[in-house]
Write a protein that binds this ligand. Structure first.
Ligand SMILES: [Zn+2]
Length: 268
């Protein structure tokens, strides 16, 4: 199977020049746009650097807040509609920007499903889910934006759910592709290298993703989230790919069957 992997479009419709792929692995974060990012960074600075407990709505004010919501949702929907229109199967999951609980806390949890990816026939949400095609089992883990260790409940919940899916996958005797929004913890891809971010230099990877990879050794792990990292590394036996920053044009073509045949990184 040939896959086109990309994520973190953040409101920008991707330019896809090649048709030489069977399916798309869309790694989340279709939502968000530049104004929102600037404001979120300022808000996070208050929260992280000054210990404030102000909500995003209080920080930006009600009018800007509701405009941002509207714009972000429109943008996210445009990106996913475009990806759906390519007439390929789209395996996807919500990124942290598609999960409105953090910033737009009044939204219901399932907003992603009820609005962003609603009624798009090619799009398959794989967050904590499992699917298979002729060559692979694909398992997804979305949303995660941190190491999960400060909240053991969160770690245990996600790890157990994924573990169940990986055990089920073993019976299929097909290689597993693990798609995750975040990157595995404490790897070359997991440290934040973004000077504009209030959390620059911090470790931001996922322990759940890392521990699942170590335990079940999927053929591939493909993530996004850390826009500054674009490339591949090995974590144990697993080849891990960071799909970079979709908004700037990063994407990856992967040809894999029982083994990985080729990986091509495309900028622009
Ligand atoms: Zn992103």
């Amino acid at each position: 199977m040939k896959y086109l992997a990309l994520g973190c479009s953040h409101g920008k419709i991707p330019k896809i020049k090649t048709k030489d792929f069977d399916s798309i692995l869309y790694l989340g974060d279709s939502a968000g746009y530049q104004k929102a990012r600037t404001l979120v960074n300022k808000w996070l600075k208050e929260v992280y650097n000054h210990g404030s407990s102000i909500t995003f709505e209080q920080f930006v004010g009600r009018r800007i807040y509701s405009n941002l919501q509207k714009k972000e949702i429109e943008n996210a929907r445009k990106v996913i509609e475009y990806i759906n229109s390519l007439n390929k199967k789209v395996y996807t999951l919500p990124g942290n920007w598609d999960y409105y609980k953090d910033r737009f806390h009044k939204y219901k949890k399932n907003y992603y499903k009820k609005v962003i990816i609603k009624n798009l026939s090619n799009v398959k949400d794989l967050h904590l889910k499992y699917t298979e095609n002729k060559d692979h089992v694909i398992i997804g883990y979305g949303i995660s934006t941190n190491s999960e260790i400060k909240t053991p409940f969160q770690y245990n919940y996600y790890f157990k759910r994924l573990k169940r899916l990986f055990i089920k996958a073993k019976k299929k005797k097909k290689p597993v592709i693990f798609i995750t929004h975040n990157q595995p913890y404490n790897t070359r891809f997991s440290r934040i290298r973004d000077k504009s971010s209030p959390v620059n230099g911090m470790e931001g990877g996922s322990n759940v993703a890392k521990d699942i990879i170590k335990k079940f050794k999927p053929l591939l792990c493909i993530g996004a989230h850390m826009h500054e990292h674009f490339g591949k590394i090995k974590v144990g036996k697993t080849t891990c790919i960071s799909a970079g920053y979709g908004m700037k044009g990063d994407k990856v073509l992967i040809d894999a069957g029982e083994k990985i045949n080729s990986i091509k990184f495309i900028r622009k």
